[in-house]
Design a protein around this ligand. Structure first.
Ligand SMILES: [Zn+2]
Ligand SMILES: [Zn+2]
Length: 154
């Protein structure tokens, strides 16, 4: 006879329950299966990485937002796409850092160039002083109503 315990919390299964005794366990179990299939790590290993990072995005240090329904925003396990979709697991990132930062920069060398550029701006080094740019003058905001009036006059 098959085990009559919840595969997540080992609670007793009743009636038609086959793997999980509670909806939370079903959710956690489905997530564990997905993480194992997609990333090759267990949920316990995910938690180890997450704890190691201080429970925040490894780059911007942001914590997941709590959504209106009380659940936490999903952060992504970033991995290198070395062979097609497959590649070494790196860490857990917020959606922004995963797609906009790591996804764009891709290589450690380029990320290092960016850090060097920000730490040691070439303009400052070449000129031997920090030049403060006044910036472009701000445009006056044109309201939608004014835009419509202007269009009618033409
Ligand atoms: Zn359970
Ligand atoms: Zn981030």
């Amino acid at each position: 006879m098959a085990s009559r315990e919840c595969v997540v919390c080992a609670g007793e299964l009743s009636g038609s329950q086959r793997k999980y005794d509670k909806p939370e366990c079903a959710k956690r179990g489905a997530r564990a299966e997905w993480i194992l299939k997609t990333y090759g790590i267990t949920l316990a290993e995910w938690d180890l990485i997450w704890e190691h990072q201080g429970r925040c995005c490894a780059i911007c240090k942001r914590k997941p937002r709590v959504k209106e329904d009380g659940t936490e925003e999903t952060f992504h396990l970033d991995h290198e796409h070395a062979q097609g979709q497959a590649g070494p697991v790196r860490g857990i990132l917020c959606p922004y850092c995963n797609t906009r930062l790591v996804g764009r920069l891709k290589s450690a060398d380029r990320a290092q160039s960016l850090a060097d550029y920000l730490h040691t701006p070439p303009a400052t080094v070449a000129l031997g002083r920090v030049v403060i740019a006044p910036g472009r003058p701000r445009k006056r905001r044109v309201t939608a109503r004014r835009k419509r009036t202007a269009a009618r006059k033409v």
